[in-house]
Design a binder for this molecule. Structure first.
Ligand code: 1HE
Length: 269
């Protein structure tokens, strides 16, 4: 049986999704390296629980995978006969948890290395920023397994890379290496092998220093505005702008700049 939040009988495998805190950054680690961090029901439920439990002191999250790979996608050993209703609820349990990640309180930065495939790419696509190291590769092997994406990939991945690329990946089994993947839009940053986590942490620390309302407006507002007719988007934008600038923190930050103590915009190395 399943409900909107996941299969009801699933006990979160919390030992397979570790969390640690580094000041205002929560680091969530998929920790099932023997199975290349393949996503069992228990692992996915644990991701959901880690997200749900984030304390208010957290301003950004980094998500990464232990071992040689970020994530090998759906745990194929759990792919069993489900009737249509069970299959629908199983898929929707992924939607629910990935939506909590994508539409939570704080931005999530994925640090990608090795395999970012199938459901692993769907998971990465639900994050707000993706940092890939040169070992990363991207694929959607569902086509060759006789299945389909089911974790929101058909909605999110075309927004990153275009429907034409996703079609090609699923029809032909095409694998993008890190350089090709970043050029196609799978990730915003490309770093040398072994440096994805440190770069993601650096970005997360910076993001966590932003005014929380600005971060919230960005992760909730921009994707929705992109789906709205321009006239609606302008109104949504003006309301978010009003909300963000009325926060005391915004006023203090603007005042600091005018008094010469706030940071200037400068080219970053
Ligand atoms: C797994 C899985 C898995 C590894 N489910 N057990 N995803 C895929 O089709 C990708 C399948 N995996 C691979 O292609 C490769 O494992 C990797 C390229 C990711 C890594 O290769 P490698 O050589 O480092 O590892 P390995 O030897 O293949 O795997 C190590 C173990 O992990 C092995 O088990 P063992 O008991 O023999 O040691 C593998 O069976 C196991 N393993 N990947 C189950 N995915 C919401 S719908 C989403 C639909 C999808 O995601 S479909 C895509 C599924």
């Amino acid at each position: 049986m399943a409900n909107a939040q996941g299969p009801a009988s699933v006990i979160p495998s919390l030992d397979e999704v570790q969390i640690e805190y580094r000041d205002a950054v929560a680091v969530i680690r998929l920790s099932r390296p023997r199975k290349r961090n393949a996503i069992s029901d228990g692992l996915m439920a644990a991701v959901g629980q880690r997200i749900a439990e984030l304390p208010a002191s957290v301003g950004a999250v980094v998500l990464h995978g232990e071992g040689e790979h970020f994530c090998a996608g759906l745990d194929l050993s759990e792919l069993k006969d489900r009737d249509a209703v069970e299959g629908l609820h199983h898929s929707r349990s992924w939607f629910y948890i990935l939506r909590e990640l994508e539409q939570g309180r704080v931005p999530v930065i994925a640090a990608l290395h090795g395999a970012v495939v199938g459901g692993g790419l769907e998971l990465a696509a639900a994050c707000h920023i993706r940092v890939a190291d040169e070992s990363a590769f991207f694929a959607l092997p569902e086509g060759s397994r006789g299945i389909f994406v089911g974790g929101g990939g058909s909605v999110r991945i075309p927004k990153l890379v275009g429907t034409h690329r996703m079609l090609d990946m699923m029809l032909t089994g095409r694998v993008y290496n890190a350089t090709e993947g970043v050029a196609a839009g799978m990730a915003q940053y490309l770093v040398p092998t072994g440096q994805a986590l440190s770069k993601a942490l650096e970005l997360a620390e910076r993001i966590a220093r932003n005014a929380p309302m600005t971060n919230y407006a960005l992760i909730h507002g921009l994707p929705r505005i992109a789906e709205q007719p321009a006239d609606h988007g302008f109104l949504t934008e003006s309301m978010l702008a009003a909300l963000a600038q009325s926060a005391p923190e915004a006023k203090a930050r603007v005042r600091a700049f005018l008094e010469g103590t706030g940071p200037k915009v400068k080219v970053q190395s």
